[in-house]
Design a protein around this ligand. Sequence first.
Ligand code: AMP
Length: 265
Amino acid sequence: MGHEIGFVPTMGALHDGHYSLVRASLENKHYTVVSIFVNPTQFNNADDLKKYPRTEGDDLEALITAGADVVFLPSVEEVYPPDAPPSPTYQFEGLDETMEGKMRPGHFQGVAQVVNRLLELTIAQHLYMGQKDFQQVAIVNKMIEITGQNVKMHVCPIVRAESGLAKSSRNVRLTAAQQKEATLIFKTLKVLKKRFLKGESPAALSSWAMDQFTREGWKPEYVSIVDGKNLKRYKNFGKADFVVACAATWVGDVRLIDNMILQNS
Ligand code: AMP
């Protein structure tokens, strides 16, 4: 007892990426609370919400095995009581104007709203999130700054399948063949990183990567090379201290995202 609370927000359909966050919290000796809540306010696409995989029974069993202290499965009414004042609109100072924010209008307001609300409910001092959703971490950090919540963010590295495909709840919707094909995302990011570090132009590398995906028959939404702090497009060579490549592409009717830190010195 007397332990600080570590909180891992998830939308369920858990995989090794989620468990890595739970493990990180437990290793830090935090009393570990995991929420499973498919947050309706962050889905800009009703079909995506409907198709979002739900595997609560398996998730619960796995979380018990993993050693989570509490699993929180709130209802929509608990998270958003009908008589509660409306959630504020956060000013993210441009962090929500690119990449996921641009492609999924309203998504990050929903993310900030739910994480803020879940932090209020769990009174956690520590928040565990994955680098897999790089822009989401930036948004939640900004929300924490705006609201003045007393919580420390812990960002955990991307967990990948052996093939390199980033683990994602949406991967179960890919066919076996598509899962194999989808390793192209990681392969492309790796090559992009090598070429970036050799000094190739970020703009040329972005369009090269987009081409790779298009040639595979996919519909890529973006491959952006950004300053990891302000998420603005990175244009210079080798000067910024933190540079990240972020990608989003449709593989069939499944939308996948991934990213890679290109430089962090
Ligand atoms: P989600 O259930 O997709 O909302 O994800 C819940 C948390 O797990 C978020 O902080 C994600 O960034 C994190 N996460 C999802 N996939 C991975 C992964 N492959 N590696 C590390 N963290 C992940």
